[in-house]
Write a protein that binds this ligand. Structure first.
Ligand code: HEC
Length: 149
């Protein structure tokens, strides 16, 4: 895989980092037969974000944190390929930087969950923490695509 200097953006994940949305992305050689599962996992990530937003709209910080932890956190089943040292499943095909980007997103979800456990998390804090999760989604999408798509 060629090295993309923009991957350094992964270190910051600030919501204001300008992602490369139309440039060339690195191809991830996940076999065709596994791509449907990979994409279903991704759609569940988006579903989880949507549920977190609905929880926040109701002022239910506790439920928002639980959704983040259970569906996107490092212990969630959807995170299996992105845990440190993992070499099974999708992990076998993911470039190192993509693996790191996945780890960063799942860690941000755990950070969000921790913030939501505080006595009065507040909307500003919740939205800032949520933006760290979604900017990690954006950063990975800006740099990688599945082979053959
Ligand atoms: C480690 C990298 C990475 C992270 C982090 C990541 N994605 Fe993805 N996602 C991908 C790749 C690669 C694709 C396929 C893109 C392509 O081939 O054009 C994808 C595709 C998708 C799709 C399209 C699914 C389909 O059926 O076509 C959705 C929706 C999605 N991601 C949502 C999310 C959300 C929401 C998050 C964050 C909570 C997230 N992703 C985090 C790598 C990532």
């Amino acid at each position: 895989m060629k090295t993309l200097p923009a991957l350094l953006l992964f270190a910051t994940f600030s919501a204001s980092a300008a992602p490369n949305l139309i440039g060339e992305r690195s191809e991830v050689p996940i076999p065709k037969a596994m791509q449907a599962d990979f994409l279903a996992n991704m759609r569940d990530h988006l579903f989880a974000i949507s549920e977190i937003q609905a929880d926040l709209a109701k002022g239910d910080f506790k439920s928002a944190g639980e959704t983040a932890s259970n569906r996107l956190g490092l212990n969630a089943s959807s995170s299996a390929s992105c845990r440190p040292g993992e070499m099974k499943g999708f992990a076998k095909y993911m470039p190192k930087q993509m693996h790191k980007a996945g780890f960063a997103m799942h860690s941000a979800a755990d950070d969000f969950a921790e913030e939501m456990k505080k006595p009065a998390p507040g909307y500003r804090n919740a939205l800032q923490s949520l933006a760290k999760i979604t900017s990690a989604c954006v950063a990975c999408h800006a740099h990688f695509r599945l082979a053959g798509r």
